[in-house]
Design a protein around this ligand. Sequence first.
Ligand SMILES: NC(=O)c1ccc[n+]([C@@H]2O[C@H](COP(=O)([O-])OP(=O)(O)OC[C@H]3O[C@@H](n4cnc5c(N)ncnc54)[C@H](OP(=O)(O)O)[C@@H]3O)[C@@H](O)[C@H]2O)c1
Length: 357
Amino acid sequence: MSPTGCPPGTFPPYGPGMNETALTVHQTARPHGFPTAEHFAFVEHALPDPAAGSAVVENLYWSVDPYHREMMDDVPGGFALGAPLEGRTIGRVIASRTPGLAEGEIVFHRRGWRTHAVVMPEEIRRLPRFDGVPLTAYLSILGGTGLTAYVGLTRIARLQEGEDLFVSAAAGGVGTATGRFARLLGAGRLVGSAGSAAKAGHLTREVGYDAVFDYHEGPAAELLGKVAPDGIDVFVDNVGGEQLAAAVGALREFGRIVRVGTISQYNNPDASPPRFNYADIVEKSIRIEGFLVSNYRDLQEELHEFAIPHLQSGRLALDETVTDGFEHIVDAFLGMLRGQNTGKIIVRDCTQIPSVN
Ligand SMILES: NC(=O)c1ccc[n+]([C@@H]2O[C@H](COP(=O)([O-])OP(=O)(O)OC[C@H]3O[C@@H](n4cnc5c(N)ncnc54)[C@H](OP(=O)(O)O)[C@@H]3O)[C@@H](O)[C@H]2O)c1
């Protein structure tokens, strides 16, 4: 493997505009339930030319996320059919007609799901570089995924040292980041749920979880009772449904539920809402609070200050599943919805990553 993680020999000599054509993913139809490859199309077109004041970025790394599934539905702000999709991505400026962007610069922007994007200087973010911190970290632990975990623990749960935590979808991007941050913040017993025994084993061996159950193995309340027999103080909920109901039962007095996401329902719109004892919320003084990470962008710097020294010292590791090849971006997205990822799912173009890491 090369230092970038790409297989050796996959780098052609770098030069701007090496590719003659560009590819963009469009959504072609609205799914009901699980989407399939048939709901997407790869559209080929000529390399874009930058208009005055803009630049062309060749994308190198793409994030695909559960919220893209929500945007596939006919919802306000959702994806338009037959138009380029949006998503977080990191690329290199290959042609510029603005003094605000120099050729060769590496930038973060939101025109993902395409090989090339035309961007204005105000649409990009420059990524600070630190020894030992690869670019993918800006889509995983230092990006929206890590920020979600950090906000959930520090601002919504307001986690105190020694408190016991349950995290659902613990093996995913947010779930692994939550586990690792919780350990660094001094959490007590840390338990989670995941979709397979292999993931559960990985989380306890590598990520710092004390116990993890496979949620397919039985009723969530029973499984949670086994791994957290004395209850929990905080539930970081990426899933909703039955696991949310189980957590209400397991929470102690002054417990907090951090509502991060509801992935059990994104592909199952007819799922019935979780059933739990509403009186528990009052009698145990439970606080339930949801949040959108987009409202906490001002904490990005704070996250860097917290996480980067730990990344450099090795106390914090990256959890990423990397798929090679833009042509596999749809498969990577669909695979993530089915739980084929461990940690943050990232797509990488190995043919265009010569020496950026
Ligand atoms: N509030 C915010 O601002 C914000 C920001 C980022 C993410 N989120 C939410 O956080 C959650 C995790 O996002 P992520 O980016 O880290 O994705 P992720 O956890 O890396 O990937 C999704 C995971 O969900 C699990 N899953 C799929 N269907 C499930 C089901 N029916 N029941 C239980 N688990 C299921 C799969 O793992 P298994 O193998 O374990 O099933 C899959 O790997 C999502 O709900 C997302 O919408 C919210």
